[in-house]
Design a protein around this ligand. Sequence first.
Ligand SMILES: NC(=O)C1=CN([C@@H]2O[C@H](COP(=O)(O)OP(=O)(O)OC[C@H]3O[C@@H](n4cnc5c(N)ncnc54)[C@H](OP(=O)(O)O)[C@@H]3O)[C@@H](O)[C@H]2O)C=CC1
Ligand SMILES: N[C@@H](CC=O)C(=O)O
Length: 353
Amino acid sequence: MSQINIAIFGIGNVGSTLIKQIAEYNKKTTSNTLNVFAIANSKLVLFENNATGGWSANFETKSTSYTLEDVYAFAKANSYKNLLAVDVTASSEFVTNYIDLVEHGFHIVTANKIANTLTYDFYQELRDILEVNQKKFLYETNVGAGLPIIETIKNLYESGEEIHKIRGVFSGSLSYLFNTFSEEEKSFSEILKEADALGLTEPDAREDLSGKDVARKLLILGREVGLTKEFKDVKIQSLVPAALNGKTTLSQFRESVKTLDPFFAESKSKLGSGEVLRHVGELNLKTSKLEVKLVQESKTTALGQTKGADAIFEIYTKSYGDQPLVIQGAGAGKAVTARGVLGDILKIATSLN
Ligand SMILES: NC(=O)C1=CN([C@@H]2O[C@H](COP(=O)(O)OP(=O)(O)OC[C@H]3O[C@@H](n4cnc5c(N)ncnc54)[C@H](OP(=O)(O)O)[C@@H]3O)[C@@H](O)[C@H]2O)C=CC1
Ligand SMILES: N[C@@H](CC=O)C(=O)O
């Protein structure tokens, strides 16, 4: 496999786990196929050839403030070929760099869902620029974290399968919240804090609770199968009370998080025996409708029986008939997500041979 030279943007839950997994991969394969030469957060970068070993301590002492021009200059000074930028931020600002990165010779792997959910014009422009520059863009972890959802949907669509509907629990963090809340005598806000600490939620958990994160996943899948919809076309039932959304800061939200409890306690009290709460996403390709909503689901259905932070995707197609193709497993978490990102990196490295 050819050496690939990687700049990683984001060193939070997913980014730091990815760096560890890359170091383990290089050690196991006794190669330096994956050369990480830049490790960055929003303000600082560490430049170093094969930077993964002891990167955290080095980041403390050797990182400097930066612009992307510094990243391009370091890559050029080292005559690196096969450049790859990995976006493991949740930043809407960082995605504005994708076109510039591609024009400077970088392939892109991203866990960040923002670029694929901006306007359809941007979505198309990015793909046109990737094609002109012969660069690859992989984002399997945008939907279902490490689960092979995008690849499966793409394969079905490109092979001519008629896809009718994709329905499921698209959010690992909300799955964890509702599974735990339905089974245990803990308040909703307490469980939300646990999900945050486990790295299941978005950096701002309101992105999950508002249904926006699921809506993004629906839109990403919809666009994979040819829909030209916009984010505003997704009908969303938000779980964030209006008073805690919009104008409050993240720290104000965290301080007032207990105000979520009465709504969820009431929803729980309305459940019939054998029912659980589920936040469900549905993409109906016959009607072109995309919807996110809270439903009461029987524990005996596929969606009702999920455990932990499981996501579940039911894919209804012509060939599969009434029995959908089902993909289920952890839908969030730093280890599974980083592994999915690493999988995308290796796909690109392999394709460069
Ligand atoms: N957690 C999960 O289970 C899953 C996560 N994802 C996606 O992975 C991404 C990362 O999530 P997670 O690791 O939990 O997030 P974290 O909040 O833990 O980490 C985010 C990192 O991004 C950095 N960052 C923010 N803005 C920029 C910028 N402009 N340039 C460079 N770095 C920046 C932050 O640095 P600083 O501290 O300086 O702000 C921080 O290091 C998100 O897009 C999320 O949607 C996808 C699937 C599953
Ligand atoms: N916050 C997201 C993480 C993965 O995309 C989720 O809960 O599913």
